[in-house]
Design a binder for this molecule. Sequence first.
Ligand code: GLN
Length: 483
Amino acid sequence: MSGTDARGLAKDGVRALRDRVARGDLSAAEVVESHLSRIAAVEPKVGAFLHVDADGARAAAAAIDRDRSAGRPLGPLAGVPVAVKDILCTRGAATTCGSRILKGFIPPYDATCVARLRSAGAVVVGKTNMDEFAMGSSTENSAWQVTRNPWDATRVPGGSSGGSAAAVAADEVPASLGTDTGGSIRQPAALCGVVGMKPTYGRVSRYGVVAFASSLDQVGPLANSVADAAEILQVIAGRDGRDATSSRVPVPDFRAALGRGAQGLRLGVPREYFPAGLDAEVNAAVRRALAEAGRLGAQIEEISLPHSEYAIPTYYIVATAEASSNLARYDGVRYGHRDDAARDLAALYVRTRSGGFGAEVKRRIMLGTYVLSSGYYDAYYRKAQQVRTLIRRDFDAVFEKVDAIVTPTSPTPAFRFGEKVDDPLAMYLADIYTVTADLAGIPGISVPCGETKDKLPIGLQILGPHFDESTILRVAQASESAA
Ligand code: GLN
């Protein structure tokens, strides 16, 4: 039987596994066992998972196999193992969001995206490592463990969804879920050589997603191919009455966009995203991908997004302001960690929060509280909201002329552990090409487009208009088949 070698079945991908289970070539139980052994074999080196739910996965697989033998209809992901970022609430299974302050928290419900995966027949195998509260670009801010880049164990997997990206890159699962607030799906996807997509804000419900910055947070898939990412998106997308910001815009059949090539599409290349100092190998790989898209019949045009230079400061005002408010709920009373030595209520708050949050989270809470404080609100927070509108208008204007925008995903390939972790500003710049899409609410995808001479993957980012995931999936797939 093919696919049962030491690398396991994950590399076969979402669609092949689903089809083989549906045909009865493989049982869901065999699929899950293959993945659990692959996970056991590589986790000591990779460290992508905070928690592997072997029993839960086996029980879910057994239920699929029973449905199949009874002739009951199978869901579109029946028998497909999926890993989910630890920011997503999973019923009865620990959810820490990478933080000590949520140690011991067991959600009584599933996030809507997790519930939708399960009802489509996906087998949730575990929770992946992440930067604490999704704040970071390397997963080094996890309170729990290090996740290594499967391409080079001396390097970071990117972040904050580093565990979800590494799990796919190491063939531990064929797909995973991450969240993107400023780039945390696309950037780790680029650094780990996998596909990662941030849908339009509102496309996927945020119900049960631990809140970081509510006007930016969005859930999306990571997988080994664009078509597989589309399969996952299809299942998790759509209106949810439990999230008032989830959109009523109808969900199209994303698969219909695939296989149509790049012929006739107008692609914009923003000059602000290719500064003189851009990493030479990243620049060369993205230019090659653009030339290839041109050969495939796309029209390539230089465009301008003039407010790009304000994106990082704007993002770090908006995101920290929202975080300072969202994280006020961790007071030692309701969730997870509580400092037992406190003698009165004020001490309970102070001691719980001092001991429960890591340095980056504290930095963000202080910065966010500052920009919202009465004397500075107008100077920082209001100003940032105004600039956010200008950034969004830059995109609106450009999408009058082009169908999609093509850029590098990350200014550099995967960096080494420790290289940026003590310099927050250097770390913040890792997201210089991704935060704009979150600020504007538009969809973006990262797809591998080559390797450096040291064999590190490079990602190509494609951005599209609101609710037009179909076009960016189409462009990404054309470039994936050309790479
Ligand atoms: N690196 C960015 C930050 O630290 C983005 C994080 C994210 O998208 N969750 O805020």
